[in-house]
Design a protein around this ligand. Sequence first.
Ligand code: SF4
Ligand code: SF4
Length: 166
Amino acid sequence: MDGCTSCDGRCCARYHVTLTHSEVRRITHCGHDPLEYLAWLPVGSVKTNHPDIRLGTTYHYMALKRHADGRCVFAQVVDAGLRCSIHGIHPNSCSMYPMDPHRAMMRLRPICAVEWTFDKSKEQLNIEDMRARMEYSEIAQMWNSRKRKKRSARDFLKFAGIVDMG
Ligand code: SF4
Ligand code: SF4
């Protein structure tokens, strides 16, 4: 476990983290079960430009689950603060915070005291993230326009190549 230690992990207790297929694939391939760590947030419940995914008859954003106290499912309590247990593979918006790459803007009134700089690694990450979001948007469009009745979260994860087709 590693990551920012400049405060007690306020960002990990505050925000919904919406995800692309690419981020879910990365986390899943490191041994985490997406059916355990994903939340499917109803459209309109968070501000994001992420594509929505049709499950049954309703539309949702794919996001990280949160505990009842607001803490991200991957935030662990260490020395009375929160630390990320998937640092190194965590979502791009966690690396970019307090910039919100999904809305290409800085979060207003950020709770973070660390000075933000747009360096080469963030620039590269932002480019990769934009590509992933375009690809995810195409996947979402294809999925949402399918006429088949099977529309569970697991079906979508198979369709998006996140879990095995077996
Ligand atoms: S994935 Fe890690 S860095 Fe991102 S919100 Fe969760 S605990 Fe925090
Ligand atoms: S990124 Fe900012 S809010 Fe998040 S743990 Fe570090 S100092 Fe705290």
